[in-house]
Design a protein around this ligand. Structure first.
Ligand SMILES: [Zn+2]
Length: 449
């Protein structure tokens, strides 16, 4: 007998179809049957009922930028733990960055990740192939072969493709394959040993600074190469006002350029480096910083945060991607210089970005679009939608629920969040992948208060 479910009485928001209304969602055999026009009067008895009263029913989130660390760094994260973390965060599709060991620069490694994901992942894993062999930036990877076995784009993320001619070739080949090049936008020589954003906080802490131009110069170069080749350029983790302006100008030229922003660059500025949750101390204390704020690109100035927020709201930035970058405690219990770059994001992402809705900077539907339909469009895949016939990948959201971040509760193997103890407003209550529950919080079990 067919397995039928109905999600009842929720506020269904599906930007792919322009839906934002009270409705029921009917599911059969893991697929969406329909989003009804209004909550149904009665439901046939053969349906399992999920009561979504008071909740938002969204397509499952699609993350174009996830570091699963598998193969090679399984003490930080695995396909299994990373996708469990994704499920808790409402994500039903994650795109796995290739800076693994071995890196995803050969068909064999891509096939291995795909094969292990089919049995060991809680949600869908789509691999990203390396642009260059070994991510060394010298010789192109066999991009055609990687695409054939399922790579959804190419990136050397963690490092840029510094050689402009290699980048030109990569854009040319990827265009023939219809796939985007995602180039980590950073000029190494401008970083020059810097560890945090250039500005008064870095000066006060005596930490070597990274100028905003380290990002902007690379974005500018890549946009010109996209213009030269007609290639598809996706700019990851835009963090600066200058970067935003370049993307805006590229779009107005009609270039095939898209961009993403992370939850942390949308919500945290460089004062968070002090480790006081955005408070600025009168005197620098004995423990002067929190290494969990060290990330690449770095947390930026208040003005940069305002710029990326505005760019998301006006559509200059297309999507929200997590850049989930789990690290073990040993990578962070050290000096700021020595600490690894990266923040553990999947499980806090929704609560973080909901800040923009609660502050009336963006509508809920306009926040869900860059988490669902917009990344699916970049992938050219039928995800991030509740359209009839699509996979029943769904996130149930309580947008007003307040909760306190406790990394000990993470499904991720790592704990590197600067948000420990911070209260967020908005949480993922349940996640369904292909119609099956892959995460359910206590919230649904508790009687309504
Ligand atoms: Zn990157």
């Amino acid at each position: 007998m067919a397995h039928k479910k109905v999600i009842r009485n929720g506020r269904v928001i599906d930007p792919s179809q322009g839906i934002d209304r009270l409705a029921d969602v009917l599911i059969e055999d893991g697929k969406i049957v329909e989003v009804t026009n209004a909550p149904l009067e009665s439901i046939a008895e053969d349906h399992e009922v999920i009561d979504a009263s008071g909740l938002v029913v969204s397509p499952g989130f699609v993350d174009l930028h996830t570091h699963l660390r598998d193969p090679g760094f399984e003490w930080k994260e695995t396909i299994e733990s990373g996708t469990k973390a994704a499920a808790r965060g409402g994500f039903t599709t994650v795109c796995a960055m290739p800076n693994t060991d071995p890196c995803q620069d050969s068909a064999a490694v891509i096939e291995d990740v795909t094969r292990r994901s089919l049995t060991g992942a809680a949600v869908r894993v789509l691999p990203i192939g390396a642009i260059t062999k070994g991510r060394h930036g010298k010789v192109l990877s066999p991009m055609g072969e990687l695409a054939e076995v399922g790579a959804i784009g190419f990136s050397d993320d963690g490092d840029p493709v510094s050689d402009a001619n290699i980048m030109r070739q990569a854009l040319t080949y990827a265009t023939g394959l219809g796939l985007p090049i995602i180039n980590h936008a950073e000029v190494h020589s401008l970083v020059h040993g810097g560890v945090m954003n250039e500005g008064p906080v870095a000066t006060r802490l005596g930490l070597p600074p990274v100028p905003a131009s380290a990002e902007a110069v690379m974005i500018a170069r890549d946009i010109e190469l996209a213009a030269l080749t007609g290639g598809r350029l996706h700019v990851p983790h835009v963090s600066t006002a200058a970067g935003v302006e370049l993307v805006r100008a590229a779009k107005s030229r009609g270039l095939d350029v898209t961009a993403e922003v992370t939850p942390h660059h949308l919500t945290l500025d460089d004062t968070w480096v002090y480790g006081l949750h955005g408070e600025v101390p009168d005197a620098v204390p004995a423990v002067a910083y929190d290494t969990n704020t060290k990330v690449n690109p770095p947390l930026r100035s208040v003005a940069d945060v305002a710029a990326v927020r505005a760019a998301l709201a006006d559509g200059t930035i297309d999507i929200i991607a997590t850049d989930h970058a789990p690290h073990a405690a040993t990578d962070k219990v050290c000096t700021y210089d020595e600490a690894a770059h990266g923040i553990n994001v999947l499980e806090t992402a929704f609560g973080q970005v909901m800040q923009l809705v609660h502050q009336d900077l963006i509508s809920l539907s306009d926040l869900i679009d860059p988490l669902t339909a917009a990344p699916a469009r970049i992938l050219g895949r039928n995800f991030g939608t509740l359209a009839a016939g699509s996979n029943a990948d769904i996130a149930l959201l309580d947008i007003d629920s307040e909760w306190t971040v406790s990394a000990d509760d993470f499904a991720s193997l790592s704990r590197n969040t600067p948000l420990e103890g911070v209260q967020l407003k908005g949480r993922v209550v349940e996640t369904l992948f292909a119609g099956e529950s892959v995460w359910r919080s206590d919230r649904l079990e508790q009687p309504a208060s």
